[in-house]
Design a protein around this ligand. Structure first.
Ligand code: DX5
Ligand code: ZN
Length: 225
């Protein structure tokens, strides 16, 4: 696995030509497809579900693109959708702990289906949800905006939270990815990496530019810099 993973959020992609747009961003060097699922209940927006995930997975497979689909569930309740997304080809499934009645059960459900599992923390969600489940996590996702919309500004207080989570991951001795989602751009990605993140979700910063490769190359240059 690479040290740093760039994960375009397809929330900012062109949904009318999703397969084509995703293939363009993957051919431009992206590592993971970030798939934002919103239910107009847990978050005030409505997006896409397992049917679109399945169609996208099939389209990527046809094009020979083996990149993982990372499903970020912003839904409540959570469990009902987990088997559907596993069947639809999700490689990673993350959910917000306060949206699940039984966090450990949801994690087990994801892992039993063969996907990687992660918890997502909103800017004001406390980290104590990590206390008893570190051994079941493959990913910890810190939101650096309030979930629901693309194109918002990075909340600077997240940097300190990244440092805290990085310490907890090191103390656990486990191989857990630390993903950041919201307002990630070329001009702040280095600072976010320095705080301890290694997986970077970026929607508007990539899809709102005409040349995806140029943005991704600039992000990688910042990360190596
Ligand atoms: C927000 C979503 C994000 C969003 C990020 O609720 O989880 O993945 O698409 O968009 P940008 O990168 O534009 O902040
Ligand atoms: Zn997301």
């Amino acid at each position: 696995m690479k040290e740093f993973l760039i994960c375009p959020s397809i929330l900012s992609a062109d949904f009318a030509r999703l397969g084509e747009d995703v293939s363009q961003v993957l051919n431009a060097g992206a590592d993971v497809v970030h798939f934002d699922v919103m239910d107009n209940h847990y978050v005030p927006n409505l997006t896409i579900g397992p049917l679109v995930c399945q169609a996208l997975r099939a389209d990527m497979d046809r094009r020979g693109l083996t990149v993982p689909i990372d499903v970020h569930l912003m839904v409540k309740p959570v469990d009902r959708l987990v088997p559907d997304f596993i069947k639809a080809g999700a490689s990673i499934i993350t959910f917000h702990p306060e949206a699940s009645e039984h966090i450990d059960r949801t994690l087990q459900l994801i892992k039993a289906g063969g996907a990687q599992a992660g918890l997502v923390f909103n800017p004001a969600t406390p980290l104590h949800y990590l206390d008893h489940v570190m051994d079941k996590l493959d990913v910890i996702l810190l939101m650096s905006v309030n979930p629901g919309f693309g194109g918002q500004s990075f909340i600077p207080g997240t940097l300190d939270k990244i440092r805290q989570v990085r310490q907890r991951i090191e103390a656990s001795g486990r191989d857990i990815r630390l993903q950041i989602d919201g307002g990630v751009k070329v001009d702040n990605i280095a600072e976010i990496a320095a705080a301890g993140a290694d997986m970077f979700v970026a929607g508007s910063a990539i899809f709102n530019q005409p040349d995806y490769r140029a943005v991704i190359d600039q992000m990688r240059a910042e990360l190596q810099g």
